[in-house]
Design a protein around this ligand. Structure first.
Ligand SMILES: Cc1ncc(COP(=O)(O)O)c(C=O)c1O
Length: 427
């Protein structure tokens, strides 16, 4: 049943009961934080062996490179091969970065900004520019385009990926639109998977800007929890249309091994990768090859990575089940909030009753539980309907997660009911 169809008398009763619950939560003096997608301790401990696979007796790579030394600027060949086999990207299209793909995205963006690409003017010299942002999306992406002065255009997200009719229309007409953020597999935060058609259309579409770029952040490519979804290979698709340099494919092991100490990569077309290699010489002699070797020795091959991800899924599944169960059991009416249980990734996204997300998060914070920053899944922190809230179930101890999500469900019901009562002039 919907709360909007409930009698005012009954809603007033529900409100009173929920308010009492909320006061009890407040009295507990909680201090919980479920706001960021960090791996839990148990997940990190799966990787114990990593500390022992490289030591002073075995720090030479396959080709005789001493990994303690400068050199091998684009990444250890065996590490590139490992990711090439995992992601089906040719080795010569891959350059390894440091320990964070976000850092690599930042570098790549700044290269376009400062130097332009493949003969086009630097973005910094092209006047006011725009960027497409599928929403809800990832705050770290939006923060970068905002800081560089790009006008961010919201593109509604569907279960198949961003609204392609709108994207095709905009990019065909406007040469000041320079790119789009994409998290194709288990979108952050919604957990959707781009359909084959979405991938094909992104690779194929005509863009007015010759230097239009797709930042393809495939952070969760192997993070299946319930079911293995495979996103169509955008690099292969782009080859069909001669648009390989449009795709900037990013991947990292942050949520496979150690966040902040992973290995990441960028891949693109032949000319694009040559350009990256040329510009990299301005930046660095080589990234951390000891860490690259550690990753190859530990992760070994695609089969070992897949088995490792199954172990991670075993840790994550009860957490995602728990959140789904609590959200189901505590929702008093169908329209007070909705959510999507993803097949993988790191998040569950809830949409509250319209106009309530900010208030829900504020009340949670007042009771000592940090869930998310209001509006953070939208550019400029402006959620037009004030509904979207990202839950990150991966990190806190199960007990804390249970408490925080139970309270969240109750508070979401309370604030939603109050909103309806206000609209009816009953409070
Ligand atoms: C979509 C997405 N991209 C990138 C990252 C960060 O990856 P890294 O640690 O490699 O910078 C995250 C982390 O939450 C993410 O969700």
């Amino acid at each position: 049943m919907k709360a909007t169809e409930e009698t005012t008398e009954k809603l007033l009763e529900q409100r009173e009961a929920l308010q009492k619950k909320y006061e009890a939560y407040q009295a507990e003096g909680l201090s919980l934080n479920i706001s960021r997608g960090l791996p839990c301790k148990e997940q990190l401990e799966l990787n114990k062996e990593m500390f022992h696979v490289v030591d002073e007796t075995n720090c030479v790579a396959e080709d005789g490179t001493d990994v303690r030394q400068y050199g091998v600027m684009y990444g250890l060949p065996e590490c590139i091969r490992l990711f090439s086999e995992l992601l089906h990207i040719p080795e010569d299209r891959i350059v390894l970065g440091g320990e964070s793909s976000l850092n690599l995205m930042y570098d790549q963006f700044l290269r376009y900004y400062a130097f332009g690409t493949l003969g086009e003017k630097p973005w910094s010299q092209q006047g006011k520019l725009k960027w497409l942002c599928p929403v809800p999306g990832y705050d770290c992406h939006f923060n970068l385009t905002e800081a560089l002065g790009f006008e961010m255009i919201n593109i509604p997200m569907t279960k198949d990926g961003p609204d392609m009719d709108l994207i095709e229309k905009l990019v065909a007409e406007d040469p000041t639109i320079k790119g789009i953020w994409c998290v194709p597999q288990y979108t952050n935060p919604s957990g959707y998977v781009y359909s084959d058609e979405t991938v094909e259309r992104l690779a194929k579409m005509k863009t007015a800007a010759p230097d239009f770029r797709i930042f393809w952040d495939n952070a969760y490519a192997v993070h299946h929890i319930y079911k293995e979804n495979i996103v169509k290979d955008i690099m292969k698709e782009a080859e069909k249309y001669g648009t390989e340099n449009r795709i900037l494919y990013f991947f990292s092991t942050a949520k496979i091994t150690f966040p902040g100490s992973g290995v990441c990569l960028v891949a693109t077309g032949e000319e694009g990768i040559a350009e990256i290699k040329r510009l990299l010489k301005l930046q660095i002699f080589s990234h951390d090859k000891i860490n690259q070797l550690r990753h190859v020795r530990y992760l070994k091959d695609p089969e070992t990575i897949k088995a490792h991800m199954k172990d991670i899924a075993k840790i994550l599944r009860p957490r995602f089940d728990l959140v789904d169960r609590i959200l189901t059991e505590h929702r008093l009416y169908d329209d007070l909030y909705t959510w999507f249980k993803p097949d993988g990734g790191y998040f569950i996204t809830v949409d509250s009753f319209e106009g309530c997300a900010k208030e829900i998060l504020s009340r949670m914070q007042q009771a000592g539980v940090m869930v998310a920053t209001a509006g953070s899944t939208y550019p400029y922190h402006k959620d037009p309907h004030d509904t979207n809230i990202r839950l990150a179930p991966t990190y806190p101890p199960i007990e804390d997660l249970t408490k925080a999500v139970t309270m969240f469900s109750d508070v979401a019901c309370l604030v939603g009911i109050e909103q309806i009562l206000k609209e009816r002039g009953a409070i």
